[in-house]
Ligand binder design. Structure first.
Ligand code: ADP
Length: 360
């Protein structure tokens, strides 16, 4: 008996639409999804492969039954074949319905028993969910490792080019070493720090000197800013101790500055300002880029959400990390228009009044 790979796609939106807008609206959406499913599946599967969808169901199934043609490898389609076919069909359905599609695949030994097919559908969707979580975990980790690496490379390249006085060269080496150490801590704490481990301890248990952290964050992003001829200005007029883990705070500030530089105007300027606001310290990160559509200012904090004006490469993860860090520390983050003409991000972090003192 030959193993049969089963690709499963699910449209969870269907149930919500049926509940909120009624059966007719759900049926219209279902017809659009079914058409897109058939069309995309035809493009990436063979003509004898089976497609199945029960009316009023949110599940769409493809069974890869056609034996390979002579000359093609005699094997069951592997992980990558199934995944790439799934991705393409899911993308086609998602575009046609403007809704998220859940997907997954598995292999069954027989197609004759409906109960086994129902069980296989569950197994496939569970596997898809696990794969998505793994992808998100590694994408998050990759995002966090990228900035320290770019920063270290930038400082080392400047040092190799030479021509720096001893003090500046030493400062550059210290920043690069600081980032290498932070990279090590990130790797050590990878699991604890991942977005997926939402059960991990609150980040508001230690104190962090925000004025020092702002300096450190500005130093980390300077090579990125130099590459776009952007000036980074830190406006820190008072020392402020906030209740947050220092590494987590540095990560949040780096992500905001990194974005301000990435989406800012080439040759422009980025500013980071600290002030106290009751029992909170307010951190403002301003840039003079294209800014963010008012309607998107909340959504962009979602995981893997990118704005419609984003013209630079990205993963849609950085702001989700900032939001998670802020909320775990008992603070919050929001986006607005900047007086500089671009975007303004406001990060509020809790502080106790006795920890704030004026700079000497
Ligand atoms: P990424 O930058 O990888 O897309 P983020 O989560 O860091 O992911 O940001 C999400 C989206 O928010 C970006 O795609 C972009 O549209 C928008 N954004 C973030 N920061 C800025 C900024 N300073 N100026 C304009 N848009 C921004």
């Amino acid at each position: 008996m030959r193993s049969v790979p089963i690709l499963v796609l699910r449209l969870p939106e269907l149930e919500r639409i049926a509940w909120r807008q009624g059966k007719r609206a759900a049926q219209r959406l279902e017809r659009r999804a079914a058409r897109a499913f058939a069309q995309s599946a035809r493009q990436c599967l063979r003509s004898l492969d089976l497609l199945a969808h029960d009316p009023d169901s949110d599940v769409f199934v493809a069974a890869i039954v056609q034996t390979p043609r002579a000359g093609e490898a005699q094997r069951t389609p592997g992980l990558l074949d199934c995944r790439s076919a799934l991705e393409r069909i899911a993308a086609g359905m998602s575009v046609a319905t403007d809704a998220a599609i859940e997907s997954g695949w598995t292999v069954v030994e027989t197609l004759t028993k409906p109960a086994e097919l129902a069980a296989a559908i569950c197994v496939a969707l569970e596997r898809g969910q696990r794969e998505r979580e793994r992808y998100e975990f590694f994408a998050t980790v990759g995002h966090e490792l990228r900035t320290p690496l770019t920063s270290i490379r930038g400082y080392l390249e400047t040092l190799i080019d030479g021509g720096l006085d001893r003090r500046t060269a030493r400062r550059f080496l210290e920043t690069a070493r600081g980032e290498a150490l932070r990279l090590g801590r990130l790797v050590d704490n990878m699991f604890e720090f991942s977005l997926l481990d939402l059960s991990c301890a609150s980040l508001g248990t230690t104190l962090c000197d925000l004025s020092e952290t702002v300096d450190a964050a500005c130093n980390v992003v300077r090579p990125l800013a130099a590459a776009r001829a952007i000036t980074v200005k830190g406006n820190v007029t008072s020392r402020a101790l906030v209740k947050i883990d220092a590494d987590a705070c540095l990560q949040a500030l780096i992500n905001l500055l990194d974005n301000a530089i990435k989406y800012g105007r080439p040759g422009g300027c980025v500013e980071i300002t600290i002030s106290t606001e009751g029992s909170f310290v307010r951190v403002l990160v301003d840039d003079d880029g294209a800014g963010i559509e008012a309607a998107e200012r909340e959504k962009i904090f979602g995981l893997r959400v990118r704005g419609s004006r984003a013209r630079r490469p990205g993963t849609g993860i950085g702001l989700a990390i900032v939001k998670m860090i802020a909320e775990r520390a008992g603070g919050e983050v929001s986006a607005a228009d900047s007086p500089l003409g671009g975007a303004r991000f406001e990060l509020l972090l809790p502080v106790r009044a006795e920890f704030v003192s004026s700079a000497s």
